[in-house]
Design a protein around this ligand. Sequence first.
Ligand SMILES: [Zn+2]
Length: 227
Amino acid sequence: MYWDWTYLLMLPGLILGLWSQARVKSAYAKYGKVLSRSGMSAAEVARDLLEKGAPGVTVKRVAGELTDHFDPRDDTLALSDGVFASSSVAAIGIAAHEAGHAMQKNDDYAPMKLRTAIAPVVSIGSNLSWPIFIIGIIFSFQPLVFAGILVFSLAVLFSLITLPVEFDASRRALRALESGGYLDAGELKGAKSVLTAAALTYLASFVSMVLQLLRLLLIANSSRRRD
Ligand SMILES: [Zn+2]
């Protein structure tokens, strides 16, 4: 087998991933303690933003840390325990970011639509791509090797489309927080650094996906040469 050195390709993605997650944690810890002067909770800010930018979306509370998300299937915006009732700059930034996703859906933002459309295929496919690929390699059956790579490429594409969707949601969030006067200039900087750190985790995951794809291609190529 030719697995050995291609493992090294996983390292940059892994390091980048750990580094960006550490940055999110530290930004969240820092700005989670800075309370906004408006005194509004993140949930209140989110409801306000949704009323203007994405009517019909409901805000609910979910368990866990940083489990905040917008679900386009049932138009709910879920805020985690630490964010929901908090009036910290970090919490308001996160809530506004999720509201940004709801606004994207409301505006028919194209990358968001595309991402939602391929999501079901990707979630099934990304778990199957490696098993399909490995079975193909073991039995030297090229169509299966190719299918594994193809399915994995879809997951890479998904991770690529995620980038503009995430960056745009943060842009919408910061714009809305500023124009609505929810945060002042200093507070906005704090919210921005939390959202920038979060965006880096998506970038890190894209980089690691590309490297994994490269690894699949290298393994496939060396196994073909052996045949
Ligand atoms: Zn997001």
